[in-house]
Design a protein around this ligand. Structure first.
Ligand code: C2E
Ligand code: CA
Ligand code: CA
Ligand code: CA
Length: 375
């Protein structure tokens, strides 16, 4: 139970939600709070899923309605997992475990979903646990590495910076994409140490390239941590890097969910002298209208938008308008995922001052960046 501001589980909020659920549940059903923000509803039905699915839908509908708590009006969300058993066949703990597993699947699928348990979820969970364990070991033994992708000036195509991207070669499995293991690090409490490693390594490495800016990705789990600014301050001091050369990239999703806190965090970070960029712009909710208040130093246009720039007229126009709007707020714009000369020309024409993509270089080892600088 999180309210629309991302604040968790206040007692009043929990009580209000419980009261709402109480009204919805069928006669004879049991409502229990499992702990924190999780509830279980147990009831007997005629052996079909229909009753559980119907109830889930009613709950999700109920969640859409704003709740009045004191003088605040909040909207809450729910992810629902469903598990069934013939009466007495599966014990209660196991049923709760299964519904919990299904609930996590629902959560992964996005907000306000419901999912039925199926046995393949156990196999998934096992694989995931194994991956998580290996990742933990990799972080502890320093087996993660960083690749650096060139950022170039749109007008001259000169190298002006790099984006640090984490790499993991999983023993016995080969390379695993950060798109797979970052979310796992997020949910397993590993993101803090992973993020700290990336930031420190990037800052250390950047010292050999005094002429370059260095971008580092920050995931929501790091950004959410009130101590994050302290980490950054600590690493800056430890590595003696000039703060103004560091750009922290954060994604849109987090910002939309926590506008208030995002604003405060950005302010604190900028107080340290680092820059803050909005990453993957255009991939999700995209309301550029209120970007100004966040004080971003840069916006990065998502590859999914850039891709179609010369194929789709509508996309081209949208992209052009987006860049123009960002520029009208005096925020410089990077285009990512540039693969062709045509895309580079278009994005430069629209007003992007910085370009990134395979056309200028794939993510590479630090030595290759040094070679590029010496060319
Ligand atoms: P991102 O921040 O949007 O990074 C850009 C991704 O696009 C990188 O994928 C990069 O290799 C890829 N890319 C760049 N240019 C091109 C291009 O021209 N064509 C194509 N097809 N792809 C291009 P990568 O390295 O697999 O990273 C994926 C995502 O994982 C990143 O997306 C970022 O969100 C996350 N990530 C990577 N490293 C870190 C990290 O150190 N910390 C955190 N929190 N997230 C990271
Ligand atoms: Ca929860
Ligand atoms: Ca990025
Ligand atoms: Ca991006």
């Amino acid at each position: 139970v999180n309210d629309s501001y991302g604040h968790g589980t206040g007692d009043q909020l929990i009580r209000a939600v419980a009261a709402g659920l109480q009204v919805l549940i069928p006669q004879g059903a049991v409502l229990a709070r499992i702990g924190g923000d999780e509830f279980a509803i147990a009831f007997l039905s005629d052996g079909e899923n229909a009753a559980a699915l119907q109830l889930s839908e009613q709950i999700l509908d109920f969640m859409v309605e704003p709740l009045e708590i004191g003088r605040r009006v909040v909207v809450v969300g729910a992810s629902i997992g469903i598990a069934m058993s013939p009466a007495g066949a599966i014990d209660r703990e196991e049923l709760v475990r299964r519904s919990d597993l299904a609930m996590y699947k629902a959560k992964e699928a996005g907000r306000a979903r419901m999912t039925l348990y199926d046995p393949s979820m156990d196999a998934d969970r096992e694989q995931r646990n194994a991956l998580e364990l290996d990742l933990r070991i990799a972080i502890e033994s320093g087996d993660l590495t960083l690749a650096y992708q060139p950022l170039v000036d749109a007008a001259t195509q000169a190298l002006t910076g790099v984006e640090a991207l984490v790499r993991w070669n999983r023993p016995g499995h080969g390379p695993v994409s950060p798109e797979v293991f970052i979310p796992i690090a997020e949910t397993s409490g590993l993101i803090e140490s992973l993020g700290l490693f990336v930031l420190r390594k990037a800052c250390e490495t950047a010292k050999q390239w005094p002429e370059l800016n260095v971008s580092v990705n920050v995931s929501p789990g790091q950004f959410r941590n009130p101590a994050f600014t302290d980490y950054v301050r600590y690493v800056l001091k430890q590595t003696e890097i000039e703060a103004s050369r560091i750009t922290l990239e954060i994604t849109e999703g987090y910002m939309i969910q926590n506008p208030q806190r995002t604003r405060q965090s950005i302010e604190r970070l900028k107080g340290l002298g680092v820059k803050v960029a909005l990453d993957d712009f255009g991939s999700g909710f995209s309301s550029i209208g209120y970007l100004r208040q966040f004080g971003f130093d840069r916006i990065k246009i998502d590859r999914s938008l850039v891709m179609g720039v010369n194929e789709d007229k509508r996309q081209r126009e949208m992209l052009q308008a987006t860049v123009a709007l960002a520029r009208s707020l005096d925020i410089p714009v990077t285009a990512e995922g540039i693969e062709t000369e045509g895309q580079a020309v278009a994005m430069r024409l629209f007003g992007c001052d910085c370009l990134q993509g395979y056309l200028f270089g794939k993510p590479m080892v630090a030595e290759q960046i040094t070679d590029m600088l010496n060319e």
